[in-house]
Design a protein around this ligand. Structure first.
Ligand SMILES: NC(=O)c1ccc[n+]([C@@H]2O[C@H](COP(=O)([O-])OP(=O)(O)OC[C@H]3O[C@@H](n4cnc5c(N)ncnc54)[C@H](O)[C@@H]3O)[C@@H](O)[C@H]2O)c1
Length: 315
């Protein structure tokens, strides 16, 4: 049995990855500073090292103490808007965090790494679906930090033995269990439920985009499917000398109006969404090509939008 350290394992996605890796028969340990995560998301029998990934000696200690074979690195700051206001904080946390982790892994001889990247590395490509070889042109400091992380891992892999996979997540949604829900309100589906909770009409930003119903199209991926992709990536790193980047999406887009309709269906009444002006910086369509991950890792999404939306409900 191999042991994996999950940085950011107390976060929304990390908590699902912890469970999926355990169910795959691996032993897991969490490293998290609880800056945005919650300790009660971690199962009681999973050890937690409550330290920052920037604290290299403590990361080394955790790798050694638990005889770690591989790391899933999710610990990061993830709010695009905040990254514009506090770029240096994002660079420190997300970029220095990767440096610290890679140094600790090098020092402790840990060779397997699955890295949380993001569709934000692509920026606004003019064509869809987006393939891994689509040029990266991030539009925010957040997206830049994720791309720099990929570069550093690739560079480190040629200097230290590293079998690595970077997963570029598209729009993550849903929950595997109510207590594992996304509690931050950065993404569309949590924003819709938060609006309903406050008794206000959910807003559709822009209805004049060049898309069939005029609203933006995104590729929504259920967090439990995403967690399964991490298991496939971990197994791939263990069995190969991996150096790969994969999109993680369904390969199909849903428009904002379609998401609103799915929420209406989930709650059993029309939620009365209203169209308002566009927000700056929202590309019309971002849909992944999921062919590569299907071909190489044998992974594909199994859950649909209705399941994402109903599992994200607050009541
Ligand atoms: N949620 C999304 O839609 C999405 C999309 C693409 C990529 N990602 C990436 O997935 C990863 C996880 O995102 P999430 O949605 O679960 O966010 P989250 O905020 O719920 O989880 C991040 C976790 O990392 C921890 N953390 C942050 N900085 C840390 C540090 N310096 N040291 C130790 N722990 C630290 C937090 O306490 C938290 O538990 C991030 O790397 C994010 O960039 C998320």
């Amino acid at each position: 049995m191999t042991t994996w350290l999950i940085t950011g394992g107390a976060g929304y996605i990390g908590a699902h990855v912890v469970r999926a890796l355990r169910e795959s028969g691996r032993s897991v340990v969490v490293l998290d500073d609880l800056s945005t995560g919650h300790a009660d998301r971690i199962p009681d029998d999973v050890p937690l090292a409550q330290v920052s990934v920037l604290d290299t000696p403590s990361v080394r200690d955790a790798l050694r103490e638990y005889a770690v074979d591989g790391v899933v690195h999710l610990a990061a700051k993830k709010a695009v808007g905040e990254s514009v206001e506090q770029p240096l904080h994002y660079y420190r946390e997300n970029v220095t965090g990767v440096i610290s982790l890679l140094e600790a892994m090098r020092d402790e001889g840990v060779h397997n790494l699955v890295y949380s990247s993001s569709a934000a590395v692509y920026g606004e490509p003019p064509w869809s679906p987006i393939r891994e070889e689509t040029p990266c042109a991030p539009l925010s400091p957040y997206g830049e930090t994720k791309l720099v992380g990929e570069w550093m891992i690739r560079a480190a892999a040629s200097a230290q033995r590293l079998s690595w996979v970077a997963l570029r997540y598209f729009n993550v949604a849903g929950a595997g269990a109510p207590e594992l829900r996304d509690t931050s309100v950065n993404n569309l589906i949590p924003m819709v439920y938060a609006a309903l909770e406050r008794g206000v009409a959910p807003q559709v930003f822009g209805s004049d985009y060049p898309t069939p119903d005029g609203s933006c199209i995104r590729d929504y991926i259920h967090v439990s499917d995403l967690a399964d992709a991490h298991v496939a990536a971990a197994a791939y790193c263990e069995a190969n000398d991996a150096q790969d980047v994969f999109n993680v999406g369904t390969g199909e887009g849903a428009s904002v109006w379609e998401v609103m309709a799915a929420v209406s269906e989930a709650v059993g009444h029309d939620i009365g969404a209203v169209a308002v002006a566009r927000r700056t910086g929202d590309p019309p369509e971002l849909v992944a090509s999921a062919d590569r991950i299907a071909g190489v890792l044998g992974w594909q999404a199994r859950r649909d939008l209705a399941e994402m939306v109903s599992s994200a409900r607050l009541d």
